[in-house]
Each structure stands twice: as structure tokens, then as C-alpha cells.
Write a protein that binds this ligand. Sequence first.
Ligand SMILES: NC(=O)c1ccc[n+]([C@@H]2O[C@H](COP(=O)([O-])OP(=O)(O)OC[C@H]3O[C@@H](n4cnc5c(N)ncnc54)[C@H](OP(=O)(O)O)[C@@H]3O)[C@@H](O)[C@H]2O)c1
Length: 421
Amino acid sequence: MTDDRTHDIVVWGATGIAGRFAAEYLTERYAPEDLSLAVGGRSPERLGEVVDDLTDRSDAWDDVPVVVGDATDPESLRAIARDTRVVCTTVGPYTTYGTPLVEACIEAGTDYCDLTGEVTWVREIIDRYHEAAVDAGVRIVHGCGFDSVPADLGTLLAQSFAAETFDTPCQTVRIYLEDGSGSVSGGTLASFGELFDAAATDPLARQTLRDPYSLAPPGERSGVDPGEQRRPRRDSLTSGWTAPSPMAAVNERVVRRSNALLGYPWGREFRCTEVVSTGTGLTGAATAGLVAGGLGAFTAAMSVGPLRSALRRYAFPDPGEGPTREEAEDGHFLIRVLGRGTAADGPFTVEVEFGADRDPGYGATARMLGESAACLATGDVDSPLDGGVLTPASGIGLPLADRLREVGFTASVGEAPDGRR
Ligand SMILES: NC(=O)c1ccc[n+]([C@@H]2O[C@H](COP(=O)([O-])OP(=O)(O)OC[C@H]3O[C@@H](n4cnc5c(N)ncnc54)[C@H](OP(=O)(O)O)[C@@H]3O)[C@@H](O)[C@H]2O)c1
């Protein structure tokens, strides 16, 4: 598989919660002759423990090479990037640690994927590095986990089906977080804290969070879409109640960026909203109120500096703490995407179901990230773009959905049944 590079994929951050699950997944799914894999981090001792664990769990791997560096030492990152085809990184918060690695990958001509949902950092990377990544033919693909693969690929599936079946795209897409159970790690909460720190101190970060088109290319940061739903609302398509989604601020912007990077195949008037489905009737309405109230209270608390510090210190788990392997393999999620469009013979509705029977942020994310890296390493991508700061849909495309189906994900698409048209 390799040309002049020693490794196909380096899992950078393999001593952390998400990185370890990604490395476990890749060594379970692929043999060394399929993909040459290395694990990376800053502590050789901890990496040694990870390798012992990986080789104990897998018959195919007698050893897994280790690469050592530090996110604060750019020369070590350059050496790692030069020696691999893809860096798959879980070293976060990305706002704190991520930028030098992106720079090293572009310099070395190495593809890159990560798990970031730190939208203010992604905006910075777009503005600083998109053109350089295009020129270098390097794919920098952010958001290859639960943020934002289901929303972004779900939309791509709906739009591809609409184009094939009705010869026209969906003008609106609604993404419903329908069901789910999972956990959260200290690393994820630390990244969340970084987002609020950025919003408190940096006017550009605040503007990024206000502007629904802030991840679009420069000069194209405006449009008809008003952005996130802020209140409980009865949904016109499903007749159920919906609440604001905690991930909408990231996922909606990522989907709009996909449309822009692909050259607006879904139109310049395309609208996209992500919400939480809370059910029908009085119970659905009450639950929507509770979800909206809880999210509002959490956001308000995180926006006040001393409260944010207190939450981080006393309530959040520390970085490095998170779900056990058993917990990561437990849990589930289901996302429904409904796309509406108008064909020559009238309106249509496309429905996508995207889900898995694993913790969305860990067991399922390990597969989404691992398969994103595998797509990049093997050239299994369906994208008109050879390089740039990309999204899963624009940088990898439908082969990722095919691979995820093979490992047990639901990723179905078709015309919506009568009740949802
Ligand atoms: N999109 C999603 O669905 C999703 C899901 C899960 C996680 N995430 C994101 O993924 C990131 C990681 O989460 P996590 O829970 O795995 O965090 P974690 O357990 O704290 O892991 C962080 C990793 O970064 C490494 N690291 C820290 N400082 C470093 C440095 N200076 N040089 C090299 N490595 C360094 C740590 O190494 P040590 O072990 O040596 O400390 C560890 O391997 C977070 O940003 C989180 O938000 C996203």
C-alpha cells in the first residue's frame, strides 16, 4: 500500500480515549498487509501499553509501530507527517494543539482527518490554510466523528438520491437527532470549554458562532438560511415536536460548507436545520421545552467566565477520563434526514436513516474516524476536490457511507413514506 512512506495511517493521540478506540478499531478491522498502521503520542511508556493492549486483542498484529512527538514541537510533527500517508488525529482540544499539525501535513503532502467540532478553530484553519492545502493537493478533513459525519453524509445521501431519482436537489434538509444514548469524555468537555473561551475573548470567534455561513469560503459567507432553531417548535414535516440541537452550530455550518465546496450542487438557496426530535403531543411539547431549557441553561452557565471555570474544575471529568471499552461498545444513535424538493411533476421528500448500535461519540466515532482515514489512505474517495480544508461529504463522499454500512451502520435512503411527505 505504501509508496515512499513508512505508514499508511498514524493514529495521533492513541493514548487518549478517542484515539485508543480508533486504534483498536483499525487493528481489529484491518491486517498489517491491508493497512500499515502506527500509533503516536508524547509518552513512549503509555504508547507501549497501548501497543501491548492492541497486540493482545488482535491475532493479526504482532507489533504496532510507535511514533513519538509533541503537539508543541513542530519539528516532531513534521517528521511524523513526512513518514505517513494520513495522520488521523484525536489530540485535542484542537484550538490548543491542532494548528501546527495541520501545517506539518500540508508541508509534507500528507492527508489529515480529525474529530473536531471546534467551529471557531475550523474557521481559522480555513482562512489560514485552505489555499495552501489546495495548492499542495492535501485533504484536510475536519469533523470525521459524530460531529459531523452523520449530518454531512446523511445530507449527501439525500441529495445524491434526489439528483438521481428526481433530477433536482432537495431545497431544504432537516436533520433530526431521533434517538441516542452515549457518554462524554473529559477531552470532549475540554474542547467545549475552549469554544466558550474563544467566544469570550475573540470577536472573530463570536462572529463565527453568529454567522450561519461562517465556514463557507471567503466572499461567500451570506445566504438565505437563518441558521439554528433556538426554541421548541412543532415540526411541519413530521408533526412532532423538536428542540434545538447542541450540535447544530457545528453540523449545519459543515453541511453548508460541503455545498459551497462542491460548487453549490444543492443550490444557493439551500437551507439546512438540525434539531432534536422529542415526540408528539403534550409529552413531546414538554420534552422539547425541557431540552431547550436545559441547553439554554448550560450555554448560559458556560458563557459566564467564573461559572465556566467552576464547571470545568468541579463538575467535568479531566482530559483522559471517559467511557470504558464496554461503555463505548454500548449505546446507540439514530439520525433521520428529511430532504424536500420540487421536481417537474411536483414536490418530493427523501428520507435518510443514519445510525449505529454503539456509543455515538466513542464506539461509533472510532469507526467513522477509522474508516475516514482508511478511505484517505487507500484513495477510496468520491470527490471532485484533490485538496483543501474539507468536510467529510466534500473530501471523502459516499465511499465512507459504504464502508460504514459494511461494519454495521444503518445508512439507508429512499422516498419518505406517506406520513412524512
Ligand atoms: N466529534 C466527535 O464525535 C468526538 C468524539 C470524541 C472526542 N472528540 C474530540 O476528540 C478530542 C480528544 O478527545 P478524548 O476524549 O480522546 O481526549 P483525551 O482522552 O484527553 O485525549 C487527548 C490526547 O491528546 C494527547 N495530547 C495532549 N497533549 C499533547 C501534546 N502536547 N502532544 C501530543 N499529544 C498530546 C493526549 O496524550 P497523553 O495521553 O500523553 O495525555 C491524549 O492522547 C477532543 O477534542 C474531543 O472533543 C470528538
